[in-house]
Design a protein around this ligand. Structure first.
Ligand code: MG
Length: 229
């Protein structure tokens, strides 16, 4: 059981997505409007158009790409508001318990390497993880099947023994297609937004992250039964 690798998404899973909402849905539009001397409405309309074009691609997650595209230093913007970066409920309780129980944990994020570093500087996640990886390193976002292939080439693992937690449905779908059997979503990725409806999420979902411990116990019992059957 301790060969199980618990793979975590970062934003909206371990960390509160309220920070990313603040940056991408509020402050970027304000700074973009200042920079281009246009109204906030105009700025929001322009940014929405870009978002629709690039959603779920590797460009979507690149601060450098956005800086180049919209003319605002998006990484600097994140640094300016870094005090808003915060863990989700149960984050450290869960990671501490998993570490005590000897689980191997990996952090797999679509945040680019610069954004990842900023978050690791603010929140002490590093000591809990054996592997920390930005999809930028692989050249494919987690929604893309090649992300999972390339991850396995770089860090060999048995997909059957992996557990993966992520708040984004298309990412979970790609992981499922790759063959990861134990997938979990997050009920409320952002503290600034309402909780999502469990029945609409397609995957079992966690409110407090520590709920994962009970799920792992169930998975381990099942595996044990299969082995002894
Ligand atoms: Mg996420």
């Amino acid at each position: 059981m301790k060969d199980t690798i618990i793979m975590f998404d970062m934003d909206g899973t371990l960390l509160d997505l309220a920070f990313d909402d603040l940056i991408w849905n509020q402050q970027l539009a304000i700074r973009h409007a200042e920079h281009h001397q246009c109204s906030l409405e105009q700025s929001q309309a322009n940014l929405n158009q870009f978002y629709q074009q690039h959603k779920h691609t590797i460009s979507w997650y690149s601060s450098a790409y956005w800086t180049q595209t919209v003319g605002v230093d998006v990484l600097q913007l994140q640094y300016d508001f870094k005090q808003h970066i915060a863990p989700r409920p149960g984050c450290f309780e869960l990671l501490t318990q998993l570490k005590q129980q000897g689980y191997r944990c990996w952090l797999l994020t679509n945040a680019d390497q610069a954004g990842l570093q900023l978050k690791l500087d603010q929140i002490e996640l590093q000591p809990y993880f054996e592997v920390i990886l930005s999809s930028e390193q692989l050249g494919y976002s987690k929604e893309h099947p090649l992300f999972w292939q390339k991850l396995q080439e770089l860090h060999p693992f048995s997909s059957q023994d992996a557990v993966f937690i992520d708040d984004t449905a298309p990412v979970l779908d790609a992981a499922q297609q790759f063959g990861i059997p134990h997938l979990f979503s997050i009920i409320q990725p952002s503290s600034g937004r309402d909780a999502r409806c469990q029945t609409e999420l397609n995957y079992p979902a966690l409110q407090d992250l520590t709920e994962l411990i009970d799920h792992l116990a169930t998975i381990n019992t099942k595996v044990l039964h299969e082995q002894t059957a």
